[in-house]
Each structure stands twice: as C-alpha cells, then as structure tokens.
Design a protein around this ligand. Structure first.
Ligand code: FAD
Ligand code: 2HG
Ligand code: ZN
Length: 505
C-alpha cells in the first residue's frame, strides 16, 4: 500500500514539545550551507538559508510526521547520495554541535523521524541502490534508503521475499525499518530484524564510517555492535547500508479471514491453528469489530458479505505459506472443517481467498486499518505487548475509563479499537479522536502505561519510543537499564547531536 506524505494543516497542536527538552545545540547557518554546497549537488540541499532559499512548503513534508501529530521547524534538509557524503555532513554537524534527525520514509508513529526544534534533517531517500544479492544464500545488501516495497519487487524474479512486511511498505525504507526494529506482518514466521539483519554500515556521530556490512551467517568474534543500532531510532548513528537474510518465496500461500462470535475464542483458535497447521502457519492477525468496520468504511480491502460478519465480535486473518499447494490446502481445509464441526464452533464463518486478487484484498482489510483510522480522525496510538488473554480487557477498560471521564462522545473520542499481531503478543490500542487535545491525552496517560505495567508488558512492542514515549520508558525498563542506555549513548554521541530528545528521557 502506498502511504502518501500528508499535507500540512495550518493550525495543529504540538502536544509533546512541552514534555521534551533537547540538549542545547546550535542551529544550521548560511556558512554551514556554503560548506555543504562544496561537496553536495544543489538538489541534495533543501534550505531556507540557501542563497536561493527553498520555500518552507518544500520542507513541510520533512518537518511533519505521517499522523500530522508531531511538528518540527527545521530550516534544512540534506539528501546525500553516498555514505561518504553522509559522513562529511555528520562531521560538520559534530564540529558545530548541530542536531541531526535521520529520516527514512517518515512513516514512524512515535514522532522519532521529525525534528523537535530546528535540527538538520538528514533524509536517506537518495541512497536507494541494491548493492548485491546472492540468490544461493539469499543475502541482500542494500542502501539504507531503499523503499521496502522496491526491495520486495527486486527480489520477486529471484524467488525471494523480504523477511518483513508492513502496511507502510510503499514508503518506509529499510534503514528506517532497521532503526525502528520494525515488526510487522511476517514476524511470526521470519522472526525479528535482530535475527535477519546480518550486517550494517553506520556513520557514527563523529563522521567515522563503521563498516560492519557482513554477509556471514555466523560470526562470533566478540560484541555484536550492529545489534545496538537495530532499534536505536537514529540516536547512535546513521544507518547507510544493510545486509539482510531474505527468505525463499513460498510456493503456495493461502489466507482466510475468520469471523468470531467472541474474543474469548481467539486464543483457543490460535492454539488449534498452531497445532494443525504447524510449519505452514505464517501469520495470525487480529482485529476487533470496530477496526473492521472502519477499514470497510474507508475503502480498505473488499468488505465481506454482511451475513458473513453478522454477530462477529472480532476477526482473525490467518495466512499459510508453504512449499506444496495440495498439502497446504489439505491442512487448511482440515482446520476449517474442524472449526465448523465442533459442538461449540470457535468461528461463525470464514472467507478464504481463491485468487491472488482476493488474497491481497483480504490482507488489505488488516493492513488498511491504520490508514482508515487516519481518515476517521486523530489517533492516539499505544503499541503494547501484553498477555494475549488481556487484549480485549485492555481495550474495554480504556474505553470505560474515557467514558467515566465524559470523553466518549462524537466531538472528543469517537472510537477505541484494538487490533494487532496475536502471534507476537502485540496489541495496537488506537483511540480515535476528533482532535488531539491535552484533555484526552491527560486521560490516557499514565492510565494506559500503568495498565501495561500491571501486566509487566512493554509500552512499545514495535513502533519504538521516539519522542512520544521517552517519559514512559521507565514503565518497561528498570533504572539500571536506562542508566546503561544513557552510558551507551554518551560513548557513541558525547555531544548529543544524534536525534536529540528521542528515546532517552
Ligand atoms: P522514519 O519514520 O523515517 O524514521 C523512524 C525512526 O528511525 C526515526 O527515529 C528516525 O530518526 C530513524 N531512522 C530512519 N532512517 C534511519 C537511518 N537510515 N539511520 C538511522 N536512523 C534512521 N511499524 C511496525 O513495526 N510494524 C507495522 O506493522 C507497521 N505498520 C505501519 C503501517 C502504516 C500504515 C504506517 C504509517 C506505519 C507503520 N509502522 C509499522 C510504523 C513505521 O512504518 C515503521 O516504524 C517503519 O519501520 C519506519 O520506517 P521509515 O523509513 O518510515 O522511518
Ligand atoms: C500495524 O500493525 C501497524 O498495522 C500500525 O503496526 C498500528 O497504526 C497502528 O497503531
Ligand atoms: Zn503492528
């Protein structure tokens, strides 16, 4: 799905700025622009400080996030074409104490990819070449600015797929994926990027290039430094190249959307699906009724027939991927028959895809929920890990809490919905409001974070910390852990220029 950059609206709230304070850093000035012009092509510099100043409308897509919730005032965006150029830009910023915000596709959902003040935005989009691919090992080495979907398209004729997939694939970049340790729709099958990323090339905050672009599956030679940059959200350095293990394309895929009479059936269904489908189960995604209704309302995927959804409290999208169509069909049909035949069926009904178009259309319902929510209103997004059994309870409790505060009304909070990656224990709790307001935020925080802490969960399962959750880190990390994170940051970035105000409180 293509995720368009949002147009900027004039009067928007900057909710988080009050909570955050970036280190004292210098602003970019005209001399810096003159310095950059010595080694960058004119099209690599977008700046209001250039001799021919760029209009601020050109900077707007880089200063505002995908949700139009977080806003910066950067005067300058640099779009380097090579690692060497990144290194030169970073060296200058380090000397001058200028904050840098690395930016990929700007699809992040926690405000990590946009400036807080007027930091320089370093956008990786011009570094978009595949460096090498080995069809035998499946190892791909690519520039960090390659868009995820383009990499999937590149691999298709070689019968390989990327080990990750997400709704933002049309815009997000592999460097952004690595820097957020993105999870997504294939994690159940292929695991996290901490496993599939084999090596990284990183420009460190002083401009040094750390070349760890290994293509080895096994390498036990001491500390695995690359792991520090996976999920660092641009606070330790700039990822410029990625070596990643891709997967052989499955020879046979199926998907089915199952309508369930009640949430309580999700877990028994997951258990049965794992047992009966075993190695071919590749995704098990959940969305509640309101999430489904919003996706349909806003044209995401093709709606199921009304009789297929009647009485359904929630839905599960289940995918199989394997190597033998007859074998996989038999296993999936066996599961579906078994589900329908039991005395108390776990599902009301299911819709199975028969063609590639139907396969995509069923996925589009699930993948399109984020897009649908953004069309419906302004979303407060809580991306949490909690025990599977508590998914519904957390959604219901949050809704009741907002009701008790008198906020469940059309001009405040319109919907509270839950969806996510059951297979990974990751719930996306979205509160869809008419506007972002301090009143709603105060009702939600720390309420939601305390609920997560009660279940010993994580306040960020996959989207990261960004600027949104720096103050909430302590709900999921001990003081000792935070202290060591700060020490690591200090070692790599003593001047605090890399993505200031993000991740660490
Ligand atoms: P950006 O948004 O540009 O940046 C994200 C963070 O990474 C920022 O802190 C930025 O500074 C840093 N960064 C970016 N590039 C680099 C680099 N080269 N070097 C160093 N730091 C860098 N996330 C999931 O985990 N799972 C999902 O299923 C999922 N689905 C989504 C669906 C939609 C419709 C949308 C809009 C978002 C979704 N996301 C999901 C969130 C987001 O897409 C991911 O976090 C994605 O990995 C961000 O990539 P990006 O290139 O857009 O990064
Ligand atoms: C998903 O799983 C993404 O669809 C986005 O992680 C979740 O928008 C969200 O809250
Ligand atoms: Zn997700």
């Amino acid at each position: 799905m293509f995720v368009p950059r949002r147009l900027v609206r004039a009067a928007t709230l900057s909710l988080r700025r009050a909570h955050t304070s970036a280190p004292a850093l210098n602003s970019v000035n005209a001399e810096d622009i003159a310095h950059f012009s010595k080694f960058l092509t004119p099209t690599s510099i977008i700046s209001t400080l250039s001799p021919q100043p760029s209009p601020s409308s050109e900077l707007a897509p880089f200063n505002n996030d995908w949700m139009n919730k977080y806003h910066g005032q950067s005067t300058t965006v640099i779009r380097p074409r090579s690692t060497q150029e990144v290194s030169e830009v970073v060296k200058r910023c380090n000397e001058r104490g200028i904050g840098i915000v690395p930016q990929g596709g700007n699809t992040g959902l926690v405000g990590g990819g946009v400036p807080i003040k007027d930091e320089l935005v370093l956008s990786l989009g011009n570094m978009n070449k595949v460096r090498s691919f080995d069809p035998v090992s499946g190892i791909l080495v690519a520039d960090a600015g390659c868009v995820l979907e383009s990499l999937s398209e590149y691999l298709a004729p070689h019968n390989h797929i990327m080990p990750l997939d997400l709704g933002a694939k049309g815009s997000c970049q592999i460097g952004g994926n690595v820097s957020t340790n993105a999870g997504g729709l294939r994690l159940l099958r292929y695991g996290s990027l901490h496993g599939s990323v084999l090596g990284l090339e990183v420009v460190l905050p002083d401009g040094t290039v750390l070349d760890q672009l290994s293509t080895l599956r096994k390498d036990n030679t001491g500390y695995d430094l690359k792991q520090l940059f996976i999920g660092a959200e641009g606070t330790l350095g700039i990822v410029t190249g990625v070596s990643i293990l891709t997967a052989p394309a499955p020879q046979s895929v199926n998907n089915v959307v199952l309508a369930l009479p009640k949430f309580d059936n999700v877990l028994p269904l997951f258990t049965k699906a794992k047992r009966q489908l075993s190695e071919i189960l590749s995704a098990f995604e959940f969305f509640d009724r309101t999430a489904y209704d919003l996706a349909v309302k806003h044209g995401q995927g093709r709606a199921l027939n009304e009789d297929e959804t009647e009485g359904a409290e929630c839905f599960v999208l289940l995918e199989t991927s394997g190597g033998n169509k007859d074998h996989d069909d038999e296993k999936l049909n066996g599961l579906l028959e078994n589900l329908m035949e039991s005395d108390e069926p776990l599902i009301n009904t299911g819709v199975i895809s028969q063609t590639p178009a139907q396969f995509s259309s069923l996925w589009a319902i699930r993948e399109g929920i984020t897009e649908a929510v953004s069309k419906e209103g302004k979303a407060y997004k809580y991306d949490i890990s909690i025990p599977l059994a508590e998914f519904k309870h957390v959604v219901d409790t949050t809704r009741e809490h907002l009701r008790s505060k008198g906020l469940m009304r059309d001009d405040a909070v319109k919907h509270v919905i839950g969806y996510g990656h059951v297979g990974d224990g990751n719930l996306h709790l979205n509160i869809v409001a008419t506007n972002y307001t301090p009143e709603i935020e105060a009702a939600l925080e720390p309420f939601v974070y305390e609920l997560v802490a009660k279940y010993k969960g994580s306040v960020s399962a996959e989207h990261g910390v960004g600027v949104m959750k720096t103050h909430a880190l302590h709900y999921s990390k001990s003081d000792t852990s935070i202290e060591w994170m700060k020490r690591i940051k200090q070692i790599f970035d003593p001047k605090g220029i890399m993505n200031p105000g993000k991740v660490l409180p």
